[in-house]
Design a protein around this ligand. Structure first.
Ligand code: SF4
Length: 255
């Protein structure tokens, strides 16, 4: 039977963002400089082939610093870490390399600057995500409060409604975040925020690419080794553009 012609469009940009690419290079350079094993706190990239290749060269992936020996180098992933992590590494006199993406570091600096100005910070992000934990961990407990949704804004308890600033996680949905920012500004008119929310260009561009393809493609295919946050946000963008979700992921993880 004659099959109808198939036109494939490739989204651009796609693949690793610059922050992850940089973190992978940092692990490779550390292995060259110090030899194996080099410990990596948190998976540096959600890609089995890259992780396996680094593992073969001598990288050891761990979740927490207490899984690392004192006498081997440790790399902190692109998500960023709470201040307590490098402080502990210093106490233990470990060699550590901070591979935090500069765009995440920018958010850390923003939060610290607002804190110095006497403001309490509202972070828009996902509870339990390493980046959220890292950003909230830049300041003493209670100085950063988390909201995930518009509903959270309604019940948010703050120290002083006139002394607030907000920051965002870098990998959020642009559209959902705009709604949360709008709710924050309505409830706390004096809240200060970045000129443009902190969602990074890599996240923004990939979500825009999915939107751009909606006018061209009948079926969008999103491939990701594991359904990490960025992938989930892209799926949501596709669903909002009217596509039906048929497979949650190739590896069977629920979205
Ligand atoms: S902030 Fe953006 S560019 Fe940096 S690691 Fe995260 S997704 Fe990548």
């Amino acid at each position: 039977m004659q099959k109808p012609p198939l036109t494939l469009y490739l989204a651009a940009p796609r693949g690793f963002c610059a922050g992850v690419d940089r973190a992978i290079k940092i692990v490779e350079m550390a292995l060259e400089k110090w030899g194996a094993p080099v410990f990596v706190r948190h998976e540096i990239v959600h890609n089995k082939f890259v992780v396996d290749a680094l593992r073969d060269k001598g990288a050891v992936f761990v979740e927490e610093l207490d899984e690392c020996p004192n006498d081997r180098p440790v790399i902190f992933s692109a998500h960023g870490v709470p201040k307590s992590v490098p402080a502990t590494a210093e106490q233990r006199q470990m060699i550590y390399v901070d591979a935090t993406c500069p765009l995440v570091s920018k958010v850390h600096i923003e939060a610290a600057r607002h804190h110095e100005a006497g403001l309490q910070i509202v972070m828009i992000g996902h509870a339990g995500h390493p980046e959220t934990i890292g950003t909230m961990g830049q300041l003493p407990a209670g100085e950063v409060v988390l909201v995930e949704t518009v509903a959270d804004v309604a019940t948010l308890v703050v120290r002083d409604p006139n002394k607030l600033a907000f920051v965002t996680q870098t990998t959020l949905s642009i559209d959902d975040t705009a709604d949360v920012v709008s709710a924050l500004k309505t409830r706390f008119p004096a809240i200060i925020g970045p000129h443009k929310e902190d969602i990074c260009y890599a996240t923004t561009n990939r979500q825009e690419a999915v939107k751009a393809m909606a006018s061209k493609a009948d079926v969008p295919c999103l491939w990701w080794v594991r359904p990490i946050l960025q992938f989930k946000r892209l799926v949501e963008v596709g669903v909002k553009m009217g596509y039906a979700l048929t497979h949650s992921s190739c590896s069977g993880h629920p979205i």
